[in-house]
Design a protein around this ligand. Sequence first.
Ligand SMILES: Cc1cc2nc3c(=O)[nH]c(=O)nc-3n(C[C@H](O)[C@H](O)[C@H](O)COP(=O)(O)O)c2cc1C
Length: 197
Amino acid sequence: MSEARLAIVFYSTYGTNHAMAQIAAEAAREAGAEVRLLNVAETAPKEVVEGQEGWKAQADKMADIPVATPDDLVWANAYLFSAPTRYGVVASQLRAFIDTLGPIWQEGKLADKPVSAMSSAMNVHGGQEATLLSLYTTFMHWGAVIVAPGYTDASIFASGGNPYGYTQTAGEIGDEGRAAIAHQARRVVDYARRIAA
Ligand SMILES: Cc1cc2nc3c(=O)[nH]c(=O)nc-3n(C[C@H](O)[C@H](O)[C@H](O)COP(=O)(O)O)c2cc1C
């Protein structure tokens, strides 16, 4: 079987995308992929993070997770991104990381790799799809190969029916959501192998 090296790059303020990224990592590892679970650097001022109990507690919880670097994206042959919706677009912390990738983008190191994205929002119509589509615009600039889940598995219908990528609407991730995330992660791993073959 061809080698799949998946970089799961996430940002999470309150824990939802962290949990989603962990579910994806577990599924991808079970599928035989080598996985790096990576956070992105917090860009909000320390006093803002520490001024919110929930935000600080989550930051403490993620303290041991490595922060993504461009080298991680060079290493990987597949990508899965996960970050919350903020005012209808993706959280700026993830964009700040993406904006450091110019040099490796110019060298073509982001091209020809399968990529997929997940998000979360407070509201069903609060910008979930728009957030994923805005990330996919960036991935097209990379020449990456967008691997959206589409309606390729029953779990997509059962978990809210988002064909662009799994999105969590406030609250706990249920069994249907876990299944949809696992399916999306396995699909990216599968495409990494197909491309490498
Ligand atoms: C500054 C800010 C802007 C937000 N904007 C939106 C929004 O446009 N639509 C929406 O449904 N939820 C919005 N939310 C809710 C977040 O999407 C929600 O907190 C997030 O999905 C939780 O993910 P996390 O637990 O990984 O941080 C916003 C939250 C914050 C703090």
